[in-house]
Design a protein around this ligand. Structure first.
Ligand code: ATP
Length: 251
């Protein structure tokens, strides 16, 4: 796959995180560029989610630097909301309409008064949310309660919400793990299009190496909290990927 943009949207340098004195991320350094889909692979507990959560500002880190769209300061990063996260467990408000759920992506940049009355999203935001729903192929479902959509459709609504946030970096933590194979392909196609057509920087934790090889531009592999693989998907050896899941060796 071609990577149209070279701009580094996410730069992580020597990231270190410990929980209760136990190191779970040990000096991770990597970048994700505009227009690139990077898959994060590794065994359970290797530190993939912790990495994405730290980048999203949901966790503090003990050492190293995280830069999103050129901003390293954590408070400033959270305020700008340039990075949006979607999860395996989809956090939509099931009784609210699909459109309202997508509009919620814009809350961070609405005035305090407006954000206290989110039932009344301004017309401009509703228009932007409709455009985001068109991009994920669900504009015709805008008026329905979000809880009535299938898991795969709800995941696409969550991605539309991230688009409505105007995120330039999309962090997806196991976005297809709960989906059937066809819905998983749809969501992976969407993530790939957002990177390759819209120029987003997309980082996705995947538990399916085959999807990673097929859709990602680059594979990053973690083992025991260390980055042990960072290669284009087109040249990465499948043995090296399989080895990420070998519990015997400590990297
Ligand atoms: N809040 C926390 N407090 C203490 N330990 C944590 C916390 N969050 C994660 N950990 C530990 O950090 C390590 C890495 O967890 P993480 O969830 O990042 O792994 P993962 O690679 O995403 O795993 P999985 O594939 O199972 O989702 C694990 O040993 C986990 O138990």
């Amino acid at each position: 796959m071609q990577t149209p943009g070279k701009e580094e949207k996410l730069v992580v340098d020597k990231l270190h995180i410990a929980f209760n004195g136990r190191t779970v991320l040990d000096g991770l350094s990597f970048t994700v560029r505009a227009g690139e889909l990077v898959a994060f692979l590794g065994a359970n507990g290797s530190g993939k989610s912790t990495t994405l959560r730290a980048v999203a500002g949901l966790l503090d880190h003990d050492g190293g630097n995280i830069e999103v769209c050129g901003v390293a300061d954590a408070a400033e990063r959270n305020h700008r909301a340039d990075a949006a996260m979607v999860f395996q467990k989809i956090h939509l408000v099931p009784r609210r309409s699909v459109l309202d759920n997508v509009c919620a992506g814009a809350l961070a940049r609405m005035s305090t008064w407006q954000s206290m009355h989110p039932l009344f999203f301004p017309a401009s935001i509703r228009q932007e949310a409709m455009e985001a729903l068109e991009r994920v192929g669900l504009a015709d479902r805008a008026a329905e309660p979000a809880g009535k959509l299938s898991g795969g459709q709800q995941q696409r609504v969550a991605i539309a919400r991230a688009l409505c946030q105007r995120a330039e970096v999309l962090l997806a933590d196991e976005p297809v793990s709960a989906l059937d194979p066809q819905a998983a392909e749809q969501v992976m196609t969407l993530l790939s299009d957002l990177a390759h057509t819209e120029g987003l920087a997309v980082a996705a934790v995947l538990h399916q190496p085959d999807l990673a090889f097929r859709y990602a531009d680059r594979l990053i592999g973690l083992k025991h909290g260390k980055l042990v693989l960072d290669e284009p998907a087109s040249t990465a050896a499948s043995d090296a990927v399989l080895d990420l899941y070998n519990p015997q060796e400590k990297a």
